[in-house]
Ligand binder design. Sequence first.
Ligand code: GSH
Length: 159
Amino acid sequence: MRLYWRPQTRASRVEWVLAEPGEPVERVLAPDSGRVERFELHPLGRVPVLEDDAGVRRFESVALCTWLADRRPERGLIPPAGSSERATHDQWLMLAVTEVEPQLDLICRNPSIVSWATDRLAEPLRASSAPWRDGLRTYRERLLQRPTARRLFTEAPPC
Ligand SMILES: N[C@@H](CCC(=O)N[C@@H](CS)C(=O)NCC(=O)O)C(=O)O
């Protein structure tokens, strides 16, 4: 398994899921942003890209994480495919990636819009605060049950 990564990118998600089951991985620092070699790895020149042991390269961090978790069911990283728990898992996963992440991305790239974006996000959050609180609490509890996640999220030095 070979992971093409850059620091402080979504590659860290994949690194974490690889670390949980202790999968051996070769980390390869991807070429600098915008370089033509990046587009040979990914159609939009992005990271992470994961190459499996058969040499097949794939991208999209969440799809990679899901695949890695599914292939080691005994580790209990993800509910079994087709189960009701998995449907709920995927629901929150998709909401995070399709609804929340683009807004956070926008804010990170345009710090001047923080107050506009906070107002925009605050209303729906206020209106439905219980599901968010419950979801986040469950997420945090489950994360902290995993030694690797606990180490990465609570003991890792800031990058
Ligand atoms: N949806 C993709 C997003 C990938 C992405 O946007 N990666 C960023 C880093 S987090 C990237 O490579 N940006 C272009 C660049 O750095 O040149 C995923 O989750 O893998």
